[in-house]
Design a protein around this ligand. Structure first.
Ligand code: SAH
Length: 239
């Protein structure tokens, strides 16, 4: 997979790809990243890329021309273009799964007051991180990239992807590491028992309990099975 990010803050984006799991996956050739400075496509000798909105109002808008020119330089028949925008449905794990199958994703980072609305005709999809306003699309582009990259085969240990939160519309069960007792708080006995079937049952139960407490709405998306109902009732009684 190739990811191209169009931004005014190239260094900020590039830095992210040089750390941790993502950097290792990049070094192993799991994905390729290209960061394009929109200013390089400005026709203006001062490299301006923004202007005041028609009709008045506060702030500046990213102009359509440099973005279109940057897109023309990097897109091909395999490209799928995303526009970061607060005016869209929030990005989800399902979106990450769907987009991770594309060969080439281009992400446009807006800035200032946003982007000239005619950008719409040049993109395939808008993506929002959530119902709040960020100063630019850079964080959104990184979130989208990270979520997609970890789903690519060979990016991370495939076992780590199993049973993660949002996989199958459930949150992941709580996990613990050493020490077994900290500040008087004990790790649940079952996890120290070495009894695999009991551990698996406990994890399923706790995953349902956490989903019930923090994201009950996921049960609307994927209703509880009879077995899950029994486990959840048991978990709620024990709580
Ligand atoms: N005036 C616009 C907000 C512009 S914010 C409005 O009220 O709708 C500037 C840029 O930041 C946007 O063009 C977009 O690229 C990015 N951005 C802001 N909030 C975002 C969000 N929730 N998700 C994704 N991108 C966002």
């Amino acid at each position: 997979m190739k990811i191209t990010i169009l931004t005014l803050f190239k260094d900020l984006i590039e830095d992210y790809f040089n750390h941790s799991i993502i950097a290792k996956a990049k070094a192993r050739g799991v994905f390729e990243v290209e960061v394009i400075d929109i200013r390089d496509y400005s026709l203006d000798k001062h490299r301006h890329v923004d202007d005041a909105p028609y009709g008045g109002g506060a702030g500046m808008l990213l102009s359509i021309e440099p973005i279109d020119r940057a897109l023309k330089a990097c897109r091909s028949d395999d490209s799928y273009v995303l526009l970061t925008s607060p005016k869209a449905k929030p990005f989800s794990q399902e979106d990450a799964q769907r987009l991770a199958k594309k060969k080439h994703i281009i992400i446009i980072c807006g800035h200032y007051e946003g982007t000239d609305a005619r950008i719409e005709d040049y993109v395939d999809e808008r993506v929002s991180l959530g119902d709040y306003i960020l100063s630019g699309g850079e964080l959104a582009s990184l979130v989208i990239s990270d979520a997609m990259i970890r789903l690519l085969s060979d990016a991370i240990n495939p076992d780590s992807l199993k049973e993660e939160s949002y996989d199958d519309s459930r949150l992941e069960y709580p996990q613990y590491t050493k020490p077994a007792v900290y500040d008087g708080k004990k790790v649940p006995d079952v996890l120290l028992s070495g009894h695999h079937a009991n551990i698996a049952r406990w994890r399923k139960k706790m995953s349902l309990l956490d989903t019930y407490i923090y994201r009950k709405d996921l049960f609307d998306k994927k209703p509880l099975t009879i077995e899950e109902k029994i486990l959840l009732e048991e978990a709620l009684k024990e709580k």
